[in-house]
Design a protein around this ligand. Structure first.
Ligand SMILES: [Zn+2]
Length: 969
């Protein structure tokens, strides 16, 4: 029976019988009605004209069909075949290879059949010399009467309508193409010839070529071997496992990621793929052993399944060892950054499909296992070679663990625009923010040695990396002291200093000495109220006493604060010989001897050429933020001054505005921030666009040369209330009005006072005093035109606006008192024009509560302006921390009461109190007389009236009037 079974073949549900020798009968059988009625079949034969009943071939076919297929229930044999193990095993190959029967070549030798594909590559071997071998050859041969040909003809009986139409147009469906193929026929052959239970199927990998083949053997005898295209391998292994045909096959369940390893080889750098094998140790992989998503590792005789992203990566050609020339390595890495970054596994299959088209923006080198990427250093090693006046010559190495790279190398690579440096212990990424900001700027480079200015060396402090210094002991200790901001020579106590400095003030004086000794300049930016002026004059006195001082000091400040400087210099450092260079006819003063020349920015601009011809030792620029615009004449004049050291003073927090800082440093420490390769403007643009690396670098560069303390941070050293009497001078205009009033009205009053018989004319004196005080405040006030304040000039006004600006810039709220309602109005007009939020309170104000509440709660309300009578009692102004008394009251008690509106329970900051006073006027005289009568003045005088004057004796009133007359002249 089984022999006769071998005579027939089927295609879909059309049966055929192996033709007779001459091809007279080509016979086909199709079960009727899909085999539901077993006895009804349709028969066709090429001899059909004689009638099927007479065709022996047809009868034989029907007989075998009936006895074998019908009875065994194989009514639809193709269905059975396409569910069979062999079909499932071989089907995956047909997805990747068609190998049409018409394109292959079959070579038969004594007991072996070999099949060669169109590319002339042998891919199939069959080891048998028996009948089954004949049948195989017949099934895969398109020869005239072969089984293949008959089955092909059978196919024509069972085409669907659609297939028939397509075929008429010259097309085949995918199913037809597969059915015509070698692999389909091979599966069919195995299905017909072997019982799965007898077979052993074994995947075999060629260790040299990586070729994957399946071996089929029966009873220990190899029957066939077929080479499998790599992408089909995972499917085939899956079929073997599903059917428990995979003895000894090991596949890791977890997905594996593809990584890379980088190593040097002579003049090349190699990048090779690895996976984390057992215990995470990297295993080199060989692209020959990648089969679709499966990766075979011979050492472990085990398959690993690549994750989807890794698979995508492998498909881009990175799965073989790439070699690049050393000098091209950096640009190679940069180009490959996206691919070498770690892209995590996508979620569901749906997203995987979408992901194929996603434009990933991944960055980093998460897929590089070795060597590590170095994105920050942990220390800097310096080898000091020499030190000349302003420069150090050294070799600098940046280190991270075992890795060390010289600054010279880094600079060299940066010049070549290389982002990466490959060392044995890591790959340095120069673009990483931490590294980039740790780099310091070098002045010159020669044979691995670097020349750094001392100023640039101080950048090291700001890198926050620990610094180890090697070299000759003497040089090393000098550098250490410098890095610790110590002066080169110790500082002794100052003999000529008439005050005691607070600790933080001593610290800044030491810092100033450090700058001086090392030929640096700097910015002292302490918040207002911390005594910048005292610190500077102490420092200047110290230079005079303890250093070989060459040339005089120059102090340039706004006109409004000249008096303040003058007063402090006189009071605290009387041994310094001060020359005020501010009046007309001043030129001759330059020929006299002096230690310190005090002048204003106006004079600096005017007398620029004369001043530029002098060699100063130290030049101090007060309120230096006014010089931030490089285009101004003031800036250029300041730059033109010759001085060993230049210092800027400001209470404005300039360090938050890097571009302003740049110009200030160009003044006090030229060259520190100069960059040869980048034009100033471009550099500023970088900063203004918020380039963090550049901003960070700039801040670090300047940090040694800038000192700013806030009241908050030195709070412990400060009293709760700092009182400061700030003096100023009358403007020329004020002086004229003042003199005229004293002359016209003062003379007769003095006459009257001197004759003891006459009553004291309190009314007249009070009226004159009141007028003179208004002139000191603001000529617009005396003229009764508060709204036209801009048309007049006032020394006190200039000083006031200076202090107000500084306070507002430092974020504090300000409380201003004046005894004149008109002055309150002027300040109101001014604040309105400047767009500064404020409230004002005078005797005529309504809704006092609301005004006070707004100052307390509204952050935009920055200033409270009140008349002393209305605002000085019974209210709470603790939101303010700066109090300015625009003018003086007749007694201290009244002033103190007003101050206490701010300095009281609820106040959390140090309260800074400024009392403004005009030198050489009644204001100064009153101050002096009142100081003598301090106990008397403690009485509370409620009203501002001529009676107030009764606290003065006749003689004192004469002194007040004549004194001011004298000053006025
Ligand atoms: Zn026939």
């Amino acid at each position: 029976m089984s022999d006769s079974l071998h005579l027939i073949d089927f295609h879909r549900n059309c049966f055929t019988i192996t033709a007779d020798g001459n091809g007279e009968h080509k016979t086909f059988l199709i079960p009727s009605n899909n085999g539901k009625e077993p006895n009804k079949v349709r028969l066709f034969c090429s001899c059909s004209k004689k009638g099927y009943a007479r065709c022996e071939n047809a009868q034989k076919l029907q007989e075998i069909y009936t006895s074998c297929f019908k009875e065994t229930g194989h009514l639809s044999p193709t269905n059975d075949f396409e569910k069979s193990f062999f079909y499932l095993l071989i089907e995956p190959v047909t997805r990747f290879l068609t190998d049409s029967v018409f394109s292959i070549k079959v070579i038969q030798s004594e007991n072996q059949v070999t099949v060669i594909n169109q590319q002339k590559r042998e891919f199939f071997r069959y080891y048998s010399a028996e009948d089954d071998c004949e049948r195989l050859i017949s099934r895969i041969s398109p020869a005239a009467l072969s089984r293949f040909t008959l089955m092909n003809m059978a196919a024509e009986f069972v085409l669907s309508e659609q297939e028939r139409t397509l075929l008429a147009l010259g097309h085949k469906t995918g199913r037809q193409v597969i059915e015509d193929g070698f692999w389909y026929r091979l599966a069919y052959h195995c299905y017909r010839e072997y019982d799965v239970k007898d077979c052993r199927i074994e995947p075999v990998i060629d260790k040299n070529s990586g070729a994957f083949s399946l071996h089929l053997s029966i009873a220990g005898k190899l029957k066939l071997s077929a080479d499998i295209p790599p992408p089909a391998v995972p499917f085939i292994l899956q079929v073997l496992m599903n059917n428990k045909m995979a003895d000894g096959l090991q596949v890791n369940k977890d997905e594996t990621e593809l990584y890379f390893r980088i190593w040097k080889k002579e003049n090349e750098v190699c990048i090779g793929p690895v996976v984390k094998g057992i215990k995470d140790s990297p295993v080199d992989i060989d692209s020959r052993f990648i089969y679709g998503s499966y990766l075979y590792i011979p050492e472990y005789n085990r398959y690993f399944v690549l994750s989807y992203p890794s698979l995508k990566l492998a498909a881009t050609g990175l799965c073989t060892v790439r070699k690049v020339k050393k000098e091209e390595f950096s640009s190679f890495l940069e180009k490959e950054e996206e691919r070498l970054s770690f892209e995590s596994q996508s979620g569901s299959e749906g997203t995987v499909a979408l992901d194929l088209f996603a434009n990933s923006q991944a960055r980093g080198f998460g897929r590089v296992l070795h060597p590590v990427f170095i994105e920050s250093f942990d220390r800097i090693e310096l080898k000091l070679i020499d030190m000349v006046e302003k420069d150090c010559i050294l070799s600098v190495s940046y280190c991270a663990g075992n890795l060390a790279v010289s600054l010279a190398e880094i600079i060299d690579q940066k010049k070549k625009k290389n982002r990466f440096i490959l060392t044995d212990n890591g790959i340095i990424d120069l673009a990483s923010e931490k590294i980039s900001s740790a780099l310091i700027m070098a002045k010159g480079l020669k044979g691995g040695e670097i020349t750094l200015s001392k100023a640039a060396l101080l950048q090291l402090r700001g890198t926050s990396l620990s610094t180890r210094i090697h070299g000759e002991e003497k040089l090393v200790s000098r550098i250490r002291e410098m890095l610790e901001f110590k002066p080169l020579k110790s500082i002794e106590p100052f003999k000529g200093l008439k005050c005691t400095l607070r600790e933080y003030q001593k610290l800044s004086v030491q810092w100033l000495f450090f700058l001086y000794d090392n030929h640096f300049g700097g910015l002292l930016c302490d918040e207002m109220g911390l005594g910048k002026t005292i610190q500077i004059i102490t420092f200047l006195l110290g230079i005079r006493e303890q250093r070989s001082f060459e040339g005089a000091f120059l102090v340039v400040c706004p006109t409004s604060v000249i008096s303040h400087w003058e007063k402090l210099l006189k009071m605290f450092t009387p041994s310094l010989k001060v020359m005020i260079y501010h009046t007309s006819g001043r030129e001759s003063l330059l020929n006299e001897s002096y230690d310190l020349l005090l002048t204003s920015y106006g004079i600096l601009r005017n007398d620029y050429l004369k001043l530029a011809g002098i060699n100063f030792d130290v030049a101090v620029f007060d309120e230096v933020h006014q010089l931030k615009n490089k285009e101004t004449l003031s800036f250029q004049a300041a730059v033109g001054i010759n001085a060993r050291m230049k210092i800027g003073l400001t209470g404005t927090p300039v360090q938050n505005r890097v571009s302003d800082l740049k110009s200030l440093f160009d003044l006090v420490l030229p060259g520190l921030l100069g960059r040869e390769s980048i034009q100033d403007e471009q550099y500023l643009n970088l900063l203004e666009q918020g380039n963090t690396v550049e901003t960070h670098r700039l801040k670090r560069m300047i940090s040694p040369f800038i000192m700013r303390r806030l009241k908050e941070t030195v709070l412990k050293e400060l009293p709760e209330k700092i009182e400061d009497i700030r003096s100023c001078k009358l403007s020329d205009e004020q002086q004229l009005i003042y003199n005229a009033a004293v002359k016209e009205r003062g003379g007769s009053i003095i006459e009257q006072l001197k004759s003891s018989d006459s009553p004291i004319p309190y009314m007249h004196i009070f009226a004159l005093f009141s007028f003179l005080k208004q002139v000191c405040d603001h000529p617009a006030l005396a003229a009764g035109k508060p709204e036209a304040y801009e048309l007049y000039s006032s020394g006190k006004w200039d000083l006031f606006t200076e202090l107000l600006d500084e306070s507002l810039e430092s974020g504090q709220k300000v409380v201003v008192f004046s005894q004149f309602v008109g002055m309150v109005e002027i300040i109101g007009h001014y604040l309105q024009k400047r767009g500064v939020g404020y409230v004002s309170l005078t005797g005529s104000s309504k809704k006092r509560e609301r005004i006070i509440q707004r100052f307390a709660e509204d952050n935009q309300c920055r200033v409270f302006v009140g008349s002393l009578m209305a605002g000085g009692v019974g209210i709470d102004l603790v939101a303010g921390s700066v109090v300015i008394h625009y003018d003086r009251w007749w007694n201290f008690a009244r002033e103190d009461q007003a101050t206490d509106r701010v300095h009281r329970i609820g106040q959390k900051s140090v309260v800074q109190v400024f009392k403004l006073m005009t030198e050489g006027t009644l204001e100064e005289q009153v101050d002096r007389v009142i100081e003598r009568k301090r106990s008397l003045s403690q009485q509370t005088l409620v009203e501002d009236s001529p009676d107030t004057l009764k606290i003065f004796s006749r003689e004192e009133l004469v002194e007040l009037l004549s004194g001011s007359t004298e000053f006025a002249n």
